[in-house]
Design a protein around this ligand. Structure first.
Ligand code: ADP
Ligand code: MG
Length: 224
């Protein structure tokens, strides 16, 4: 199977001198096409740092990251942004919807930036499986935190990225909707061959994972 994400000896330090924190201590990690991988670990262990670095949203202090065989560090800002937009679906803790666009316009914007035709079938299928089909004409401010989170998840999947990076995607959801989200992510990974990494501190959510890792003080260990 094809390697979608490869991380080699990733170290991340914040601050310097007495304030220096090593958030990631030399991480090697690979995710292949079609795999659903979970990372669990307590707050402050380095999970969010790991995920944002894996998607090129921040740079590591040292080490290398390859997305579909292309090294981030060798790209300029424009190509890096293009690669992120085309290949990576971020589901971050802050839902990052565009505040002045209705839900349906959030999807139109993705089509526009991607220079794609409208595809309402795929959109509606995603909204249906996340139980938010009735929200197309709403603005983000009119949605609950959990609804915003689910719209952001649908929008990330709608762009058909090869890699999906999800940081605590179930944090603001009740149990039933949390299971809907994880099952959809697993289905997308297995049926549509998306490489998916989900970070969570909720151990109930990892039961469908192909592999599970535990982050502990900046080190990543595979669970047996
Ligand atoms: P988690 O997502 O598992 O809660 P984080 O990746 O957010 O963990 O944080 C890991 C460690 O790195 C923590 O000690 C945190 O304080 C530190 N850290 C994260 N981001 C920054 C930053 N921008 N500046 C300084 N320290 C940071
Ligand atoms: Mg975090």
């Amino acid at each position: 199977m094809k390697d979608i994400l490869v991380m080699k000896e990733i170290v991340k330090k914040f601050g310097d001198g007495r304030t220096e924190v090593t958030a990631l201590k030399g991480i090697d990690f690979t995710v292949q096409q079609g795999e659903f991988v979970s990372i669990i670990g307590p707050s402050g262990s380095g999970k969010s740092t790991f995920l944002t670095i894996s998607g090129g949203l921040q740079n590591p202090t040292s080490g290398e990251i390859l997305i579909n065989g292309t090294s981030f560090s060798k790209l300029g800002d424009k190509k890096r942004a293009d690669l992120r937009f085309k290949e990576i679906g971020f589901i971050l803790q802050s839902s990052n919807l565009v505040p002045f666009l209705k839900v349906k316009e959030q999807f139109q914007l993705v089509n526009k930036v991607a220079k794609r035709k409208e595809d309402d079938t795929r959109r509606d299928e995603l909204l249906e499986s996340l139980d938010i089909k009735g929200l197309l004409d709403s603005y983000p401010r009119d949605l609950s935190g959990g609804e915003r989170q689910r719209v952001a998840i649908a929008r990330a999947l709608f762009n058909e990225p090869s890699l999906i990076l999800a940081d605590e995607p179930t944090a603001s959801l009740d149990t039933d909707h949390a299971y809907d989200v994880v099952k959809l992510l697993v289905k997308e990974a297995h049926e549509k061959q998306k490489a998916t990494v989900m970070v969570t501190h909720d151990e109930r959510m990892i039961q469908w994972s192909d592999r599970v890792y535990r982050m502990k003080d900046g080190q990543l260990l595979e669970e047996s």
